[in-house]
Design a protein around this ligand. Sequence first.
Ligand code: IPM
Ligand code: SF4
Length: 464
Amino acid sequence: MGRTLFDKIWESHVISERDNGTALLFIDRHLVHDATAQAFDQLKSEGQKVRRPDLTFGMADHYIATHDDPDRDPVHDAMVTTLAENAREQGITSFGANDERQGIVHVAGPELGLTLPGTLLVCGDSHTSTHGALGALAFGIGASEVAHVLATQTLWQQRPKTMRIRIDGELGVHVTAKDLILTIIRTIGANGGAGYVIEYAGEAIDNLSMESRLTLCNMSIEAGARGGMIAPDETTFAYLKGKPFAPQGELFERAVEAWRGLKSDDDAHHDKEVAIDARSIAPTVTWGNSPETALPITGHIPDLGDIETSKMEQYQATIEYMGLEPGAKLTSLKVDRVFIGSCTNSRLEDLREAAKIAKLGRAKVPTIVVPGSQQVRQQAEKEGLHEIFHQAGFEWREPGCSMCVAMNGDSVPSGARCASTSNRNFAGRQGPGSRTHLMSPAMAAAAAITGHLTDVRELEGTKC
Ligand SMILES: CC(C)[C@H](C(=O)O)[C@@H](O)C(=O)O
Ligand code: SF4
C-alpha cells in the first residue's frame, strides 16, 4: 500500500521504536524562543550541553518590545536578554533585538529558509504546525521535551493518525486562508483534529500562495491537531529559492528533485477524510471563546434556542464574558481595539490586504499593525504600506508576538472588544477581561475604519 506524506517524513526520522508504538525521532531543526528559558535551566541543572547547536536556532518574539513604552516591565527585557545569553553560552545562532533577521519564530523561520520540505522541525510552541505549510513535519513540544531535544537532538513521540482535508473549488473575493481555517475548525470542532496530523489538499490548497498556506497550517493546532501539512510543489520551491538557510545553487536543484517525491501516494490511506467546498465559505469571524465559534460575517450570535442542552452552561458563560446579545447581528458588534499581527497573519501579503482596506477610511478605534518580522517590516516600508497605515490612523509597530498573547505588555484593556487577526480567543488571551474576535487582516482593517464588525465585501462593494 502507498504511503502518505506524513508516513514518508515520519519513517525517515525513526531511530528506534518501542513495543508500545512510540518512536525515537531525529530532529532536523529545533527552534527556541524567548519563553523557553525554563528548558535551558533544566538542561544546565542536569549538567548537559546543547547536543547540536548547529541545528538549533533562537528567536526573540514573545517578550520583545514593539514600541517605546515608558511603562515597560524590565522583566520582559530580561527574558529577551536571557535567550541571547543562553544562545551565546551554548553556541546557538539566535536572532534577537536589533537583528534584521528577528521576527516571530513561525514567520521568520520559513522566511529565512530554516524550514525545509521533508524535515522534522520542533519548537516549544504550539503554533509550530505553521511550518508544515512547506511540506515539513512540524509540531510544538512542551518544556521538558525542549530540554530533551536540546540535550539529544531526538524526541520520543507517539505516532499520530492522519487526516486529509480536501478543499475543492475556488475561494470567493475576500475569502482568505484565515476564513478557510476558521470554517474548517467550525466544521470538525476545536477538538476534531485531536490525535491527527492533518494534510490539506485539493484545488483551493494548490492555488494558495505560500503565505496563505502558512496561515492555514498555523491554526491546525486550534482544531486540536498535532500538526498540519501541505505537500511541497512549485509554489514551495519558488518560495524557498535563494532563502539564506536553504540549499543554494546546484544543491538546491538536487533538493527540489528529492522534494518532488514528498506527496501522498495515490493509494495511500488516511485514517480520516474530510471534504469542504471552497465556494461555500464567506468572510468569517468568531463570536465566542473558542475558534469553533466561527460564523460567516452575515450571521447572528446564536440564540438560546439554537443551543444543545449540554452546551447551555458554556454558552451562557460565553455570552456574559463576551458581553453579547443573543441573536444580534454580528455586524452590530462595536469594537474598541484592532490588532493586525501574530504568526497567523502578519506577513507581507496580510499587510497588503489590510492596507488596501485602510485606504478606504480612517481608524475609529486604536489600531495597531505589528509586522511578523524585520524582513516583513522592511519590505512593507519599501512598498509604502506603513504610510498608508499612518494616513489611516493605524499605528505601525516593530515585529513581535505583541497583542496576540499580551506577554510583552501590549494588551487589550479589560472589557474591551478587539477585532484581531491572531489565532486564539479564549477568555483573557489578549489581557485579563479582553474580548477577542478572530478574523482576516482585511476584515480587521474594515472593523477599524467602521468601528464595528463589518463585511469587507460590502465596504468594497464586491459582494457577489
Ligand atoms: C508562550 C508559548 C509557549 C505559547 C504557545 O505554546 O503557543 C504562545 O506562543 C501562545 O501562542 O500561546
Ligand atoms: S504570535 Fe501569538 S500564537 Fe504566534 S507564537 Fe506568538 S504568541 Fe504564539
